[in-house]
Design a protein around this ligand. Structure first.
Ligand code: FA5
Length: 364
């Protein structure tokens, strides 16, 4: 129809018939309750409550009724529209609650699930350093540390490396500007911590000094300009090289495995006299394989330097060399790691790729 029914016509107001209104309400309630989703409900609502619905049509017809009939028809249609609106609102609330419940279940985040991506791994240099520290602390030693920016006197002079000593060239040094007068260097080894310790403490001294050291070496397969050493120092009455050998044997057995032997090979360091290179029995072949790549068939692998603390160093450090003797040793951690785990290239150790570190089993 095209507009309100201004001249009362019983045919045109059939929409106001009580039965027709009840039918429209029943159809609307059925559509509301059978809507399974909010979209279906929206469509049903438009069909049963929209401008073109039976009840909207009936509502429009009220205006054409004679005044005496308007009140009753208005009440009937109004109540019908109210019931339909309430039914749609109730169903809407139900469907919304169902949807929210479903979203909460389907999109729930389980905070206890382990993240699929690894965030990192401890670096094997840290792991080896801690393992070495644990071994010596287990023997009753203390840990001593010194600064990485060190005085030239402690790094060289106090260790019997005078200004013109040829051995001073053995360790190419990062000097701190101005090189000729600052008196500071990036320490080239952990041995200055020996001197610091002896200046600080009275014997008996049993200390391990781990730390970072610096040399102007190019980064290549076996060298890095920044690397790590650990220094051992014992000063007490009656200390001999036999004690040095005994400690080294205990240490390598605990680090590399029971039965791994050491050997001392004559060498030279200005701060120890006599001095010796420390060789460790090859932990891959124990000297039984002439083609072993780790020891090149020799059965022995050099791991560091050692010796009896030079009397001059004891004196420079305020210790009476006639009463006390001592031994010291220094090992490179990167080289130990390369040898122990067959790492072929120093680049792998310094570049910080987490895939390298995870191979050592300490993921975090
Ligand atoms: C020293 O540094 C002595 N201070 C060790 C010492 C201590 C001897 C106490 C006697 C008594 P040397 O320069 O050889 O010694 O270095 C010791 C170890 O550091 C070497 O065996 C090697 O493992 C490691 N090292 C040396 N240069 C590098 C480098 N550029 N990159 C990685 N490791 C290095």
């Amino acid at each position: 129809m095209s507009g309100p029914n201004t001249s009362y016509d019983p045919v045109e107001v059939a929409a106001l018939d009580p039965q027709a209104v009840d039918d429209a309400v029943s159809a609307a309630l059925a559509a509301a309750s059978s809507a399974g989703t909010l979209d279906e409900l929206r469509a049903a609502r438009s069909a049963h409550q929209g401008d073109r619905s039976a009840l909207a049509l009936a509502n429009r017809e009220i205006g054409a009724l004679p005044p005496s009939a308007k009140a009753e028809a208005g009440k009937r249609v109004g109540q019908a529209r109210g019931r339909v609106a309430a039914a749609f609102a109730a169903r809407h609330a139900e469907l919304e609650a169902e949807r929210d419940e479903r979203i909460l279940t389907e999109e729930a985040v389980d905070l206890t699930v382990v993240p699929p991506r690894r965030v990192g791994a401890r670096h094997p240099i840290s792991l080896v350093t801690e393992r070495v520290e644990d071994i010596f602390v287990g023997l009753g030693w203390e840990i001593a540390e010194g600064p990485e920016l060190e005085s030239e006197w402690l790094n060289f002079d106090a260790l019997n490396l005078g200004p013109d000593h040829p051995a001073r060239q053995m360790q190419d040094t990062f000097f701190v500007e101005p090189a000729d007068s600052s008196g500071l260097v990036l320490r080239t080894h952990t041995s200055p911590v020996q001197v610091r310790t002896m200046l600080d403490r009275e014997p008996p001294i049993y200390v391990l000094c781990p730390g970072k050291v610096f040399r102007t070496d190019e980064l290549d397969a076996t060298h890095t300009p920044v690397f790590h050493q650990f220094e051992g120092l014992v000063v007490d009455e009656g200390i001999t090289m036999a004690h040095l050998k005994g400690i080294l044997d205990v240490f390598v057995a605990r680090l590399f495995g029971a039965g791994t032997a050491t050997r001392l090979r004559p060498s030279y360091f200005p701060f120890t006299e006599p001095s010796a290179e420390i060789d460790c029995q090859c932990w891959i072949c124990s000297g039984t394989d002439a083609s072993c790549r780790t020891c090149r068939g020799t059965g022995w692998i050099e791991v560091g330097g050692s010796g009896m603390v030079n009397r001059r160093v004891l004196t420079a450090s305020g210790i009476d060399p006639d009463r006390y003797t001592g031994f010291a040793f220094g090992l490179g951690i990167e080289r130990s790691l390369m040898l122990r785990h067959g790492v072929a290239d120093m680049h792998d150790i310094v570049e910080g790729d987490v895939r390298f570190s995870t191979q050592f089993g300490m993921e975090i």
